[in-house]
Design a protein around this ligand. Structure first.
Ligand code: 6YU
Length: 514
């Protein structure tokens, strides 16, 4: 790759999240000299965001390395930089394959009781089996229902009928009601996993396209942002222009550089502050949520319709966290997850929830930040969808009061009061507009392919690869994850590297320079 040392093409990367940093990392390593990252906010990391909560550190964005094992590049980098604990790096941890699904654990019901394992285990098993089945339609020509939600609910309805005859499921009406309430909670959890308002919005045919890697999900003891800091240290100083939102990417033009008026560039990045940056190539890594809102003005000439339709079809939703700190734990020492079961709920009823009044019912439960020596007594509540977006509009006091009410109701303990609260507000974040992408009803893998296609679309054009697209939503099988984001950044960097190493004219120029 020494040949590339001479290449002085100007490359602008929009967005300094995992994908943008990944692209910059690969390009600089390969010898590209004129790389600039333009970032709207005052920090690197994007949806990887670690902060402090009282005396502890918490993750406002990405939490886990999903599938921490050899094939996961985020895991590899984290190991290289010494950011994980011994257990996360152990061969045993890497070999564990739980299919990427969080565990179900302690179940509290809205009448203040704890549900027994006899009741919860068979329901958890049923749900996981049905979820597994819903991923199989990626292999078939046609799916029986448009969405994962409809499929799961139809299957649940079939099982409810069979419950009468099956010895194992021979239950009284009250137990059946509780089992349906449990399944409702599991659907809410699934909304958090997929980052969607309802599983009725997630396309059944494409659902199995998401791939999991082996390894038991792990966290960064000192925070996910430590990885961003380590990666940033490997980039040239001053490579990022912060607090500089990009307004428009003008392409297919002939733009002169301020410092080199004799040279022309096919692309020009216009920032909100009036700054203009000419470039040979621009890699756009803004989140899909941002792109959905701004594609009409962000790219000029406008995006081809095939891209627009795919951007509109792909799903991008909200999954927020609500951190609560307590003086003392009310949960058992080894508890990792507290699931909340609203006894009056069933997945089989077709009711439209009153989002504003009952938003808190959408929380599927709380994860316990472990170990207590590091985190104290902190719970993290998870809430997806419109209820999550509504929660963002409330004050801290309103959210804290609602959480206090919920916890007292479910534990039957009227004196439990959280000390402190902190929550994420990803939907109101103007440069993200939600959390992560999912394949919505009507979507297929070809929508992701369409979004990825660089501009201009026609390869015959004289100036190819003017605008390239990366970011988690552009990865076929790891969308919604940090490793998907990193791999997408590497993919677009590789596209440019391959372009220059295979382009005969440039190779000739290079050999004459070397
Ligand atoms: C993971 C996890 N995780 C929780 C929550 C969130 C996410 N993810 P970035 O947004 O980072 O960067 C773009 C930059 O562009 C940004 O800095 C902007 O400011 C900037 N920008 C925007 N507009 C601009 C403009 N005009 N000009 C200049 N700059 C501009 N991933 O691996 N583990 O535990 C979680 C979680 C609350 C919000 C997550 C998790 C997702 C990752 O955080 C995310 O993918 C990457 O960080 C994105 O990097 P990027 O570079 O693309 O964008 C079956 C099936 C289901 C599928 N889902 C499976 C579940 C997996 C998802 N898990 C999620 C769970 C949690 C808790």
């Amino acid at each position: 790759m020494d040949k590339l040392q001479g290449i002085d093409s100007h490359i602008v990367i929009i967005g300094c999240g995992m994908s943008g940093i990944g692209a910059a990392q690969k390009l600089t390593k390969e010898g590209f000299k004129n790389i600039k990252i333009i970032e709207a906010t005052g920090r690197s990391g994007g949806r990887i965001k670690t902060t402090t909560f009282g005396n502890v550190i918490v993750e406002i964005g990405a939490n886990w390395i999903h599938g921490p094992s050899k094939a996961n590049p985020v895991f590899q980098l984290a190991c290289e930089h010494g950011l994980l604990d011994a257990q996360a790096m152990s061969e045993e941890n890497q070999a564990l394959d739980v299919g990427g699904h969080p565990s179900f654990q302690s179940f509290y019901s809205s009448s203040g009781n704890k549900l027994t394992p006899e009741l919860t285990e068979s329901v958890s098993q049923l749900f996981l089996t049905l979820l597994g089945k819903s991923k199989e339609f990626i292999l078939t020509e046609k799916e029986p229902y448009p969405s994962v939600g409809e499929f799961l609910k139809k299957e649940i309805a079939k099982h409810v009928v069979e419950w009468k005859d099956d010895v194992e499921w021979k239950d009284d009406a009250e137990t059946k009601k509780l089992k349906l309430a449990l399944l409702t909670m599991m659907l809410k959890l699934e909304c958090c996993v997929s980052g969607t308002h309802s599983m009725d919005l997630v396309g059944l045919g494409a659902f199995g396209g998401y791939k999991t890697l082996p390894g038991l999900d792990c966290t960064f003891p000192e925070g996910y942002e430590g990885l961003i800091d380590a990666m940033m240290k490997g980039l040239p100083e001053g490579i990022v222009s912060y607090n500089n939102p990009v307004k428009c990417v003008h392409w297919n033009g002939s733009f002169r550089g301020a410092n080199s008026p004799e040279q022309t560039f096919p692309v020009m990045v216009e920032c909100e502050n009036g700054e203009t940056v000419p470039a040979n190539h621009v890699i756009v890594t803004v989140p899909l949520g941002y792109l959905k809102e701004h594609y009409e003005t962000l790219i000029n000439p406008p995006l081809p319709l095939s891209k627009v339709h795919s951007i509109q079809r792909m799903g991008f939703g909200t999954n927020n966290k609500i951190f609560l700190e307590f003086e003392e734990p009310f949960w058992e020492p080894d508890c990792e997850v507290i699931n909340l079961i609203w006894e009056d709920e069933t997945p089989l009823a077709d009711v439209k929830p009153d989002v504003n009044q009952f938003w808190m019912k959408k929380i599927f439960g709380f994860t316990v930040l472990q170990p207590p020596e590091r985190y104290g007594h902190v719970l993290c509540g998870w809430i997806a969808g419109h209820e999550s977006e509504y929660m963002e509009t409330l004050s801290d006091t309103e959210v804290k009061n609602s959480m206090t009410e919920v916890i007292r109701k479910f534990t039957g303990n009227p004196s439990i009061t959280p000390k402190r609260i902190l929550r994420s507000k990803w939907h109101s974040d103007p440069y993200t507009k939600g959390c992560y992408s999912y394949v919505a009803v009507g979507c297929s893998g070809s929508d992701i392919e369409n979004i990825v296609q660089p501009l201009p679309l026609q390869e015959a054009d004289t100036k190819p690869l003017q605008v390239l697209f990366a970011g988690e939503a552009t990865h076929q099988s790891f969308y919604s994850t940090t490793h998907g984001a990193l791999l997408s950044g590497w993919r677009e960097a590789d596209r440019l590297i391959t372009h220059y190493t295979q382009c005969p004219l440039i190779s000739q120029n290079l050999s004459s320079k070397l």
